[in-house]
Design a protein around this ligand. Sequence first.
Ligand code: PEP
Length: 246
Amino acid sequence: MRRKLIVGNWKMHGSLASNAELLAGIRAAEPFNCDAGVCVPYPYLAACVLALQGSSVALGAQDCSAHEQGAYTGEVSAAMLADVGCRYVIVGHSERRAMHGEGDQLVADKAKIALAKGLVPIVCVGETLAEREADQTEAVVKRQLSAVIHTLGPCISRVVVAYEPVWAIGTGKTASPEQAQAVHAVLRTQLRAATEGADQMKILYGGSVKPDNAATLFAQPDIDGGLIGGASLKAADFVAICRAAS
Ligand code: PEP
């Protein structure tokens, strides 16, 4: 059985004081019977790495550059993230695809450099509402994942995939467990064709996961945990979701 993974995506929220309080609340509830991580804004990585010393909760970032180093003002490299103590980095979040024009190949390139620098990329895929209504869900997520498979080759087995239907992110609308499972099964099948390690890979669900819907989502055979936005900002909710994954 795959051990579940719960990762908080704090997005552009927090402050030194509120982050310290949030992490203290999460730490007070350890140990968890699942893997857990928090992906925090860049300026807070250094403080959070200290606050998580001795904790089983891993640190992550929300994006990285596709470039190794150099004249890329404003960008942060995967090597820098590894250097400050990150384990995870989210790549291809729908907010970056939509607001920063990130395409499938750029996302794949970010996943590749993240792996090369010792990070675990959490590769997000997901369809918009219009794409779902046009019956394009399967085609869209397969296209998004296929770029990463193509770029990483057999190393694809080392990434975490997150299925995040865009219409469910921050909207309070969750995919039903059956809707989510159907897409996860499609992704697992696609991964099986690419790597023998597909059955050990984690495929997370993200999109308005809350303490009251987490357990039924995580009970699905191909849902290996969650990428949690809003609910990861409250220690009690994040902890409850980690418990639901245990
Ligand atoms: C996310 O941003 O990755 C996410 C899943 O957000 P929320 O849980 O708030 O829908």
